[in-house]
Ligand binder design. Structure first.
Ligand SMILES: Cc1cc2nc3c(=O)[nH]c(=O)nc-3n(C[C@H](O)[C@H](O)[C@H](O)COP(=O)(O)O)c2cc1C
Ligand code: SF4
Ligand code: SF4
Length: 358
């Protein structure tokens, strides 16, 4: 069976799955449940000097696998985290990452007590790009445990901010936070579903998260650990994150929407995928998609293969062709008008059975 362990900022995780900061890590009870479910590391809900009061409502599903939220940081006081929640996790089954921020002043106040009571790492987060590197500088002067900094794809100069954070001493980067502003409207009430603009997470943000992780790796090489976070819904997404260079993979919306059983299901699928291809560990996959991004893109001739035995005659390949180039006939038989076909490959990407491939 493949070895799923990874090393994040010098600390071994038994598998690459990290429960990212959010409502599931709201307290020691939530964190313990996530470890039991299979998360190798858990990031606490963000701990700030003053406890949050959230608007009501503040979380809504936006489609089956994405969601909106206007949730702030932890609604538990910092003192409770320091005196009760984290100390009660001393017998935990995984790596505990304490999330804190959002300003250098707060990091100065909270970093030391969080490290002292047993957090294995810190993750610093802020809504403001200009606070990221100064928070890292304060934390690195204050504690000796590894310091991650969480970055947002909302920031125009993401790789520049990462550079400043690494220069300030960050041991790793968590990319990305929820994206925003985002909005859905309830057509019956004619009001925003959460009453205002919100943050978007889950499946819809996976491409943005992958691009952010890849950009960080292309710019900064292997100089730090990266927790690739955002939009992961299953084992294939975990593999994509690893292939663009992630050291470990953060997730919150998927287990929130599907339940904590998501961790075990995903680890089983991941192991099966690796075993079927005789990969003994994850290291041989890491960063393997980056080489193509470094080379100038040469447009290859697209050739198609069609497996009539696998075709269910669903017709999706024909429906999505904007040029009317493809026809599926009973048989099944596949016809392609090579003059009309632009080799866009959309038809192959919607085939549910793999009967049509490029
Ligand atoms: C309801 C909710 C609350 C969140 N709260 C926090 C938070 O307190 N601190 C933080 O750094 N990230 C927070 N996040 C962002 C997640 O940690 C994560 O970066 C983001 O949701 C993308 O991952 P996902 O698509 O797997 O959910 C929150 C996300 C959600 C959905
Ligand atoms: S590759 Fe694009 S243009 Fe060609 S048949 Fe498929 S969908 Fe149509
Ligand atoms: S999308 Fe795939 S399964 Fe459906 S008709 Fe086309 S080739 Fe067949």
């Amino acid at each position: 069976m493949a070895d799923l362990s990874v090393v994040l900022c010098g600390i071994k995780l038994r598998n690459p799955l990290v429960l990212a900061s959010g409502p599931l890590s709201w307290s020691a009870a939530g964190i313990r449940a996530a470890f039991e479910a299979g998360a190798a590391a858990v990031v606490t809900k963000t701990i700030r000097v003053t406890a949050a009061t959230n608007p009501r409502p503040h979380i809504a599903a936006a489609g089956h696998r994405s969601m909106l939220n206007t949730e702030a940081w932890s609604d538990l006081p910092a003192q409770q985290w320091i005196e009760q929640e984290i100390p009660s996790l001393s017998d935990r089954k995984g790596v505990l990452i304490a999330s804190t921020g959002h300003t250098p002043e707060e990091v100065k106040h909270l970093a030391r007590p969080l490290a002292r009571i047993g957090a294995d790492m810190l993750e610093l987060v802020s809504y403001r790009a200009q606070d990221a590197a100064p928070m890292v500088a304060v934390a690195k002067r204050t504690v000796s445990i590894p310091v991650l900094v969480k970055v947002s794809a909302n920031w125009p100069d993401l790789v520049g901010i990462v550079k400043a954070c690494l220069q300030a001493g960050a041991d790793g980067i968590t990319a990305i936070d929820s994206l925003g502003p985002a909005l859905r409207v309830d057509v019956e009430t004619r009001k925003p579903v959460l009453g205002s603009f919100a943050w978007l997470s889950g499946e819809a943000i996976l491409p943005a998260a992958l691009a952010s992780v890849a950009s960080i790796r292309l710019e900064h090489g292997d100089s730090c650990s990266v927790v690739g976070t955002g939009g992961v819904t299953g084992a294939r997404d975990v593999l994509e994150m690893l292939m663009v260079g992630a050291t470990a993979v953060g997730v919150h919306s998927a287990p929130l929407l599907q339940g904590l059983g998501w961790f075990d299901k995903t680890l089983t699928q991941l192991t099966a995928w690796l075993d079927a291809r005789t990969h003994t560990d994850l290291s041989s996959l890491r960063g393997t998609a980056l080489q193509s991004l470094k080379e100038p893109f040469v447009s290859p001739v697209v050739t198609f293969s069609f497996d009539a035995n696998a075709c269910t005659l669903c017709g999706r390949c024909e429906t999505v062709c904007a040029y009317g180039a493809r026809r599926v006939l009973p048989g099944p038989e596949m016809r392609l008008d090579t003059v009309l076909c632009r080799s866009c490959s959309l038809c192959t990407s919607v085939c549910p059975t793999g009967a049509l491939r490029a």
